[in-house]
Design a binder for this molecule. Structure first.
Ligand code: ATR
Length: 276
């Protein structure tokens, strides 16, 4: 029987996931389909029951359901449990539902695709302490990055992440700006300026280390104000598209036990975003 998958969220029309997964099915001759489904918060429980009843093999979960879906799942992967958020659901052969979170690991795969996997001892700075930053912090720890500092406008939230990690440091934005030159990897995980033309960077990059790696989780636009500023300071930049593609590829692997071609997809979506 043809397998089918979905992404549920609100809003959902903008999602690039259907196009990405359907392209991979075509490329790999897999008889499957992937559709976007608009699910409002009040309909989440019914939506999960319907997806199950209609035989979906799995689905992605996006804003605003990544936390609220958890009570409707039977089992959680340990990393998703730590993060308290799920972006991928796998329907197991016995009909039970297992939740995963591939966002943070997607980020690490994307980072290591650009910088290699031998830079784990560098000092890493995470800017932001929301859901995205939390996911990346836990994934970095799992992949062996232990020199982690978190900074955030609301420093208490950075302290919470560090306390849950059981390692690392939390710094205020001002303290971070003063010591920015010690970080080899700087990751922008805030939503500052999203959808706002009056953009200010979450912190000054004045003291950015020469040759540092600067990554942003935003992929539209590909060149964010943070990356532009970092590039002007001679940083090696990593945009957010790789994270998006790899989170999808890791979900794909949970569903179908094969890893799709991420390089072609990144090229294809880069061209698309540059055209739009
Ligand atoms: P997400 O799930 O995308 O991480 P979130 O949980 O709402 O979204 O978190 C947003 C992050 O962006 C937070 O770290 C937030 O800082 P606060 O905790 O101080 O609110 C940060 N952020 C949002 N707007 C910002 C701004 N204008 N300047 C600096 N940080 C900002």
């Amino acid at each position: 029987m043809k397998k089918w998958f979905a992404v549920i969220g609100d809003p959902i029309a903008h999602s690039k996931s259907p196009n990405m997964h359907n392209t991979w099915f075509d490329e790999m001759n897999i008889d499957a389909a992937y559709i976007p489904i608009h699910v409002k918060s009040e309909d989440l429980e019914n939506a999960v029951a319907s997806l199950k009843m209609l035989g979906a093999s799995g689905w992605n979960v996006t804003i605003p359901h990544k936390q609220t879906i958890i009570p409707y799942l039977d089992e959680l992967d340990p990393l998703a449990k730590k993060m308290g958020a799920v972006n991928t659901v796998l329907c197991l052969p016995d009909g039970s539902l297992k939740g995963y979170n591939t966002d943070g690991a997607g980020f690490v795969h994307s980072l290591e695709e650009v910088i290699g996997n031998d830079k784990k001892t560098l000092e890493v700075l995470l800017i932001g302490a929301g859901g995205a930053a939390r996911g990346i912090a836990f994934a970095l720890q799992q992949y062996g990055y232990h020199n982690l500092t978190v900074t955030n406008r609301t420093v208490e939230k950075a302290k919470e992440i560090v306390s849950e990690l059981g390692e690392g440091r939390a710094l205020s934005i001002t303290e971070t700006e003063h010591s920015l030159d010690k970080f080899g990897i700087v990751i922008q995980c805030t939503s500052a300026g999203l959808g706002n033309s009056e953009f200010r960077l979450p912190l000054s990059l004045e003291k950015l280390q020469e040759g540092a790696i600067a990554a942003d989780i935003v992929y539209n636009p590909l060149m964010t104000p943070f990356l532009l500023e970092a590039q002007m300071k001679n940083a090696k930049i990593v945009n957010g598209l790789g994270m998006f593609v790899h989170q999808g590829a890791i979900a794909f692997r949970y569903w179908l036990e094969q890893y799709p071609n991420t390089n072609n997809m990144i090229k294809r979506l880069t061209d698309e975003l540059n055209r739009s």
